[in-house]
Design a binder for this molecule. Structure first.
Ligand SMILES: Nc1ncnc2c1ncn2[C@@H]1O[C@H](COP(=O)(O)OP(=O)(O)OP(=O)(O)O)[C@@H](O)[C@H]1O
Length: 308
Protein backbone atom coordinates (compact mmCIF):
# COMPACT_ATOMS: atom_id res chain seq x y z
CA UNK A 1 0.00 0.00 0.00
CA UNK A 2 1.19 3.54 -0.74
CA UNK A 3 2.49 5.34 2.33
CA UNK A 4 0.01 7.76 3.90
CA UNK A 5 2.73 10.41 4.22
CA UNK A 6 5.63 10.72 1.83
CA UNK A 7 8.43 13.22 2.44
CA UNK A 8 11.06 13.73 -0.28
CA UNK A 9 14.24 15.76 0.02
CA UNK A 10 12.52 18.23 2.34
CA UNK A 11 14.48 21.34 3.20
CA UNK A 12 13.62 24.39 5.25
CA UNK A 13 15.62 27.57 5.54
CA UNK A 14 14.11 30.22 7.79
CA UNK A 15 14.09 33.88 6.74
CA UNK A 16 17.14 34.58 8.90
CA UNK A 17 19.09 32.08 6.78
CA UNK A 18 19.03 29.26 9.34
CA UNK A 19 18.69 25.85 7.70
CA UNK A 20 16.45 23.83 10.00
CA UNK A 21 15.87 20.86 7.64
CA UNK A 22 18.60 19.55 5.36
CA UNK A 23 16.97 17.06 3.01
CA UNK A 24 14.61 14.72 4.85
CA UNK A 25 13.29 11.57 3.16
CA UNK A 26 10.65 9.61 5.02
CA UNK A 27 7.65 7.42 4.26
CA UNK A 28 5.04 6.87 6.95
CA UNK A 29 2.78 3.85 6.59
CA UNK A 30 -0.92 3.87 7.26
CA UNK A 31 -1.77 2.81 10.80
CA UNK A 32 1.72 2.91 12.26
CA UNK A 33 3.01 4.76 15.31
CA UNK A 34 6.21 6.59 14.53
CA UNK A 35 8.18 8.29 17.27
CA UNK A 36 10.52 11.09 16.27
CA UNK A 37 13.33 11.55 18.72
CA UNK A 38 15.76 14.39 18.71
CA UNK A 39 17.37 16.91 20.99
CA UNK A 40 16.07 20.49 21.31
CA UNK A 41 16.27 22.36 18.02
CA UNK A 42 16.71 19.18 15.94
CA UNK A 43 13.96 20.20 13.49
CA UNK A 44 11.06 18.03 14.66
CA UNK A 45 8.49 20.80 15.02
CA UNK A 46 9.61 22.37 11.75
CA UNK A 47 9.04 19.08 9.93
CA UNK A 48 5.64 18.53 11.54
CA UNK A 49 4.59 22.10 10.76
CA UNK A 50 5.37 21.59 7.09
CA UNK A 51 3.47 18.30 6.89
CA UNK A 52 0.52 19.96 8.63
CA UNK A 53 0.61 22.90 6.22
CA UNK A 54 1.44 25.47 8.90
CA UNK A 55 4.88 26.26 7.48
CA UNK A 56 6.07 26.23 3.89
CA UNK A 57 8.94 24.05 2.75
CA UNK A 58 11.94 25.69 1.07
CA UNK A 59 12.51 22.65 -1.15
CA UNK A 60 11.38 19.08 -1.67
CA UNK A 61 7.91 17.63 -1.59
CA UNK A 62 5.45 16.27 0.97
CA UNK A 63 2.29 14.36 0.13
CA UNK A 64 -0.43 13.27 2.53
CA UNK A 65 -2.84 10.64 1.21
CA UNK A 66 -1.38 11.35 -2.25
CA UNK A 67 -2.12 15.10 -2.04
CA UNK A 68 0.56 17.78 -2.11
CA UNK A 69 0.63 19.64 1.23
CA UNK A 70 1.23 22.99 -0.43
CA UNK A 71 -0.99 22.83 -3.53
CA UNK A 72 -3.78 20.77 -1.96
CA UNK A 73 -3.64 22.24 1.50
CA UNK A 74 -7.32 21.79 2.30
CA UNK A 75 -7.40 18.10 1.41
CA UNK A 76 -4.29 17.29 3.43
CA UNK A 77 -5.21 19.43 6.43
CA UNK A 78 -8.60 17.67 6.67
CA UNK A 79 -6.82 14.34 7.11
CA UNK A 80 -4.61 15.57 9.94
CA UNK A 81 -5.16 16.25 13.62
CA UNK A 82 -2.38 18.19 15.31
CA UNK A 83 -1.85 18.23 19.04
CA UNK A 84 0.40 21.22 19.66
CA UNK A 85 2.61 21.68 22.69
CA UNK A 86 0.43 24.35 24.25
CA UNK A 87 -3.22 25.32 24.53
CA UNK A 88 -3.91 28.62 22.84
CA UNK A 89 -7.71 28.71 22.94
CA UNK A 90 -9.96 30.88 25.03
CA UNK A 91 -9.72 29.75 28.63
CA UNK A 92 -13.23 31.07 29.36
CA UNK A 93 -14.79 28.66 26.86
CA UNK A 94 -16.22 25.30 27.95
CA UNK A 95 -14.64 21.99 27.02
CA UNK A 96 -17.67 21.03 24.93
CA UNK A 97 -17.71 24.27 22.96
CA UNK A 98 -13.97 24.31 22.40
CA UNK A 99 -13.93 20.81 20.98
CA UNK A 100 -17.10 21.26 18.91
CA UNK A 101 -15.76 24.53 17.51
CA UNK A 102 -12.57 22.79 16.41
CA UNK A 103 -14.61 20.37 14.33
CA UNK A 104 -16.36 23.29 12.64
CA UNK A 105 -13.00 24.91 11.87
CA UNK A 106 -12.14 21.89 9.78
CA UNK A 107 -15.31 22.34 7.78
CA UNK A 108 -17.07 19.30 9.23
CA UNK A 109 -20.78 19.23 10.02
CA UNK A 110 -21.66 19.16 13.74
CA UNK A 111 -21.69 15.63 15.17
CA UNK A 112 -22.50 15.72 18.90
CA UNK A 113 -22.32 11.92 19.12
CA UNK A 114 -18.72 11.95 17.88
CA UNK A 115 -17.73 14.78 20.23
CA UNK A 116 -19.28 12.86 23.12
CA UNK A 117 -17.32 9.74 22.19
CA UNK A 118 -14.05 11.68 22.00
CA UNK A 119 -14.66 13.32 25.38
CA UNK A 120 -15.58 9.99 26.95
CA UNK A 121 -12.49 8.27 25.52
CA UNK A 122 -10.32 10.97 27.02
CA UNK A 123 -12.10 10.88 30.40
CA UNK A 124 -13.30 14.43 29.86
CA UNK A 125 -17.02 13.75 29.74
CA UNK A 126 -17.74 14.87 33.29
CA UNK A 127 -15.79 18.08 32.61
CA UNK A 128 -17.64 18.95 29.41
CA UNK A 129 -19.34 22.01 30.94
CA UNK A 130 -16.26 23.26 32.77
CA UNK A 131 -14.39 26.25 31.49
CA UNK A 132 -10.85 25.44 30.38
CA UNK A 133 -9.38 27.65 33.09
CA UNK A 134 -11.00 25.39 35.67
CA UNK A 135 -9.08 22.35 34.46
CA UNK A 136 -5.79 20.96 35.70
CA UNK A 137 -2.76 21.05 33.39
CA UNK A 138 -3.23 17.39 32.56
CA UNK A 139 -6.89 17.86 31.72
CA UNK A 140 -6.00 20.77 29.45
CA UNK A 141 -3.65 18.43 27.59
CA UNK A 142 -6.49 16.00 27.10
CA UNK A 143 -8.56 18.86 25.65
CA UNK A 144 -5.76 19.45 23.13
CA UNK A 145 -6.04 15.85 22.01
CA UNK A 146 -9.86 16.04 21.93
CA UNK A 147 -9.65 19.13 19.70
CA UNK A 148 -7.28 17.35 17.34
CA UNK A 149 -9.63 14.34 17.15
CA UNK A 150 -12.80 16.39 16.76
CA UNK A 151 -12.80 16.15 12.97
CA UNK A 152 -12.01 12.41 12.81
CA UNK A 153 -8.54 12.71 11.29
CA UNK A 154 -6.77 9.70 9.80
CA UNK A 155 -3.42 11.01 10.97
CA UNK A 156 -2.60 12.40 14.38
CA UNK A 157 0.52 14.41 15.15
CA UNK A 158 1.41 14.69 18.80
CA UNK A 159 4.12 17.25 19.50
CA UNK A 160 5.61 16.25 22.84
CA UNK A 161 2.27 15.09 24.22
CA UNK A 162 3.51 14.25 27.66
CA UNK A 163 6.14 16.92 28.33
CA UNK A 164 5.80 17.96 31.94
CA UNK A 165 2.90 15.66 32.82
CA UNK A 166 3.01 13.19 35.68
CA UNK A 167 3.58 9.49 35.23
CA UNK A 168 -0.09 8.55 35.66
CA UNK A 169 -1.24 10.95 33.01
CA UNK A 170 1.54 9.86 30.70
CA UNK A 171 0.38 6.26 30.98
CA UNK A 172 -3.23 7.37 30.38
CA UNK A 173 -2.11 9.14 27.23
CA UNK A 174 -0.36 6.01 26.03
CA UNK A 175 -3.61 4.11 26.45
CA UNK A 176 -5.43 6.73 24.40
CA UNK A 177 -2.79 6.34 21.69
CA UNK A 178 -3.20 2.56 21.79
CA UNK A 179 -6.96 2.89 21.34
CA UNK A 180 -6.47 5.20 18.39
CA UNK A 181 -4.04 2.81 16.81
CA UNK A 182 -6.59 0.02 17.20
CA UNK A 183 -8.97 2.18 15.15
CA UNK A 184 -6.36 2.46 12.40
CA UNK A 185 -5.22 6.04 13.06
CA UNK A 186 -1.67 6.80 11.95
CA UNK A 187 0.23 8.48 14.79
CA UNK A 188 3.41 10.49 14.69
CA UNK A 189 4.73 11.75 17.97
CA UNK A 190 7.76 13.76 18.91
CA UNK A 191 9.18 13.16 22.28
CA UNK A 192 12.17 13.70 24.50
CA UNK A 193 11.13 10.72 26.58
CA UNK A 194 12.87 7.76 25.12
CA UNK A 195 10.85 5.56 27.44
CA UNK A 196 7.78 6.79 25.59
CA UNK A 197 9.15 5.78 22.19
CA UNK A 198 10.27 2.46 23.61
CA UNK A 199 6.81 1.82 25.04
CA UNK A 200 4.46 2.76 22.23
CA UNK A 201 6.19 3.23 18.88
CA UNK A 202 6.35 0.73 16.02
CA UNK A 203 9.17 2.67 14.37
CA UNK A 204 11.61 5.21 15.67
CA UNK A 205 13.17 8.05 13.72
CA UNK A 206 16.10 10.02 15.07
CA UNK A 207 16.52 13.63 13.93
CA UNK A 208 19.48 15.83 14.69
CA UNK A 209 20.73 19.04 13.12
CA UNK A 210 17.98 18.98 10.48
CA UNK A 211 18.87 15.48 9.27
CA UNK A 212 17.10 12.19 9.75
CA UNK A 213 19.88 10.03 11.13
CA UNK A 214 17.86 6.86 10.91
CA UNK A 215 14.39 5.47 10.89
CA UNK A 216 13.97 1.87 11.86
CA UNK A 217 11.56 -0.65 13.23
CA UNK A 218 11.95 -0.34 16.99
CA UNK A 219 12.70 -4.01 17.60
CA UNK A 220 15.20 -4.18 14.72
CA UNK A 221 16.89 -1.06 16.03
CA UNK A 222 17.30 -2.53 19.46
CA UNK A 223 18.72 -5.78 18.09
CA UNK A 224 20.96 -4.16 15.51
CA UNK A 225 22.40 -1.41 17.63
CA UNK A 226 21.65 -2.77 21.06
CA UNK A 227 24.57 -3.97 23.12
CA UNK A 228 24.42 -6.39 25.96
CA UNK A 229 26.65 -6.81 28.94
CA UNK A 230 27.29 -9.92 30.93
CA UNK A 231 28.50 -9.08 34.41
CA UNK A 232 30.31 -11.76 36.39
CA UNK A 233 30.88 -11.35 40.15
CA UNK A 234 34.24 -12.99 40.66
CA UNK A 235 35.07 -15.15 43.67
CA UNK A 236 38.63 -13.74 43.67
CA UNK A 237 39.39 -10.20 42.42
CA UNK A 238 41.68 -9.84 39.39
CA UNK A 239 44.41 -7.24 38.83
CA UNK A 240 43.91 -7.26 35.09
CA UNK A 241 42.03 -9.09 32.36
CA UNK A 242 44.17 -12.18 31.67
CA UNK A 243 46.22 -11.55 28.49
CA UNK A 244 44.82 -14.62 26.76
CA UNK A 245 41.30 -13.17 27.08
CA UNK A 246 42.26 -9.59 26.29
CA UNK A 247 40.70 -7.77 23.34
CA UNK A 248 37.48 -9.76 23.44
CA UNK A 249 35.15 -7.13 24.84
CA UNK A 250 36.21 -7.86 28.42
CA UNK A 251 36.90 -5.26 31.07
CA UNK A 252 37.22 -5.24 34.83
CA UNK A 253 34.79 -3.45 37.13
CA UNK A 254 35.83 -1.43 40.20
CA UNK A 255 38.37 -3.20 42.46
CA UNK A 256 38.65 -6.03 39.97
CA UNK A 257 35.75 -7.86 41.59
CA UNK A 258 33.59 -7.98 38.47
CA UNK A 259 34.40 -9.00 34.95
CA UNK A 260 32.27 -7.24 32.34
CA UNK A 261 31.72 -8.71 28.92
CA UNK A 262 30.31 -6.45 26.17
CA UNK A 263 28.77 -8.36 23.33
CA UNK A 264 26.36 -7.75 20.52
CA UNK A 265 22.87 -9.03 21.07
CA UNK A 266 22.76 -10.99 17.81
CA UNK A 267 25.53 -13.45 18.63
CA UNK A 268 25.02 -13.88 22.34
CA UNK A 269 24.59 -17.64 22.69
CA UNK A 270 27.78 -18.81 21.04
CA UNK A 271 30.05 -16.09 22.40
CA UNK A 272 28.96 -16.52 26.02
CA UNK A 273 29.50 -20.27 25.89
CA UNK A 274 33.02 -19.74 24.52
CA UNK A 275 33.82 -17.15 27.16
CA UNK A 276 32.60 -19.27 30.05
CA UNK A 277 34.62 -22.28 28.98
CA UNK A 278 37.75 -20.13 28.58
CA UNK A 279 37.28 -18.65 32.03
CA UNK A 280 36.93 -22.09 33.51
CA UNK A 281 40.10 -23.23 31.70
CA UNK A 282 41.91 -20.20 33.20
CA UNK A 283 40.68 -21.13 36.69
CA UNK A 284 38.62 -17.91 36.97
CA UNK A 285 35.44 -18.59 38.94
CA UNK A 286 32.43 -16.44 39.63
CA UNK A 287 29.68 -16.52 42.25
CA UNK A 288 26.97 -14.70 40.37
CA UNK A 289 26.19 -13.41 36.89
CA UNK A 290 23.73 -10.90 35.48
CA UNK A 291 23.05 -9.23 32.13
CA UNK A 292 22.20 -5.71 31.13
CA UNK A 293 20.77 -4.67 27.76
CA UNK A 294 21.40 -1.23 26.33
CA UNK A 295 18.19 0.75 26.13
CA UNK A 296 16.91 2.92 23.33
CA UNK A 297 18.31 5.77 25.37
CA UNK A 298 21.88 4.43 25.11
CA UNK A 299 21.40 3.94 21.38
CA UNK A 300 19.97 7.44 20.95
CA UNK A 301 22.73 9.13 22.93
CA UNK A 302 25.44 7.35 20.96
CA UNK A 303 23.79 8.15 17.58
CA UNK A 304 23.32 11.81 18.34
CA UNK A 305 26.84 11.99 19.78
CA UNK A 306 28.33 10.46 16.61
CA UNK A 307 26.48 12.89 14.33
CA UNK A 308 27.95 15.98 15.99
N1 LIG B 1 10.83 31.00 12.83
C1 LIG B 1 12.10 30.63 12.95
N2 LIG B 1 13.11 31.40 12.49
C2 LIG B 1 14.40 31.02 12.58
N3 LIG B 1 14.80 29.84 13.13
C3 LIG B 1 13.86 29.04 13.60
C4 LIG B 1 12.46 29.37 13.55
N4 LIG B 1 11.74 28.37 14.10
C5 LIG B 1 12.65 27.43 14.48
N5 LIG B 1 13.91 27.84 14.20
C6 LIG B 1 15.16 27.10 14.45
O1 LIG B 1 15.12 25.88 13.73
C7 LIG B 1 15.70 24.83 14.50
C8 LIG B 1 14.71 23.68 14.62
O2 LIG B 1 13.63 24.08 15.46
P1 LIG B 1 12.42 23.11 15.79
O3 LIG B 1 11.45 23.87 16.61
O4 LIG B 1 11.96 22.48 14.54
O5 LIG B 1 13.16 22.01 16.69
P2 LIG B 1 12.57 20.83 17.57
O6 LIG B 1 13.32 19.61 17.15
O7 LIG B 1 11.10 20.79 17.47
O8 LIG B 1 13.03 21.29 19.02
P3 LIG B 1 12.31 21.14 20.46
O9 LIG B 1 12.52 19.72 20.85
O10 LIG B 1 13.11 22.09 21.27
O11 LIG B 1 10.87 21.53 20.30
C9 LIG B 1 16.10 25.45 15.83
O12 LIG B 1 17.47 25.75 15.78
C10 LIG B 1 15.27 26.70 15.91
O13 LIG B 1 15.96 27.71 16.64
Amino acid sequence: MAPIISIRNLTKTYSNGFQALKGIDLDIERGEILALLGPNGAGKTTMISIVCGIANPSGGMVTVGGHDVVKEFRATRAMIGLVPQELTTDLFETVWNTVSFSRGLHGKKPDPAHIEQVLRDLSLWDKKDNMLRQLSGGMKRRVLIAKALSHEPEILFLDEPTAGVDVTLRKDMWHVVERLRANGTTIILTTHYIEEAEEIADRVGVINGGKLLLVEDKKTLMTKLGRKQLILDLTEPLDAVPPCLDGNGLSLGPNGTTLIYDFDAEHEQSSIAVLLSRLSAEGIHFKDLSTRQSSLEDIFVSLVGESK
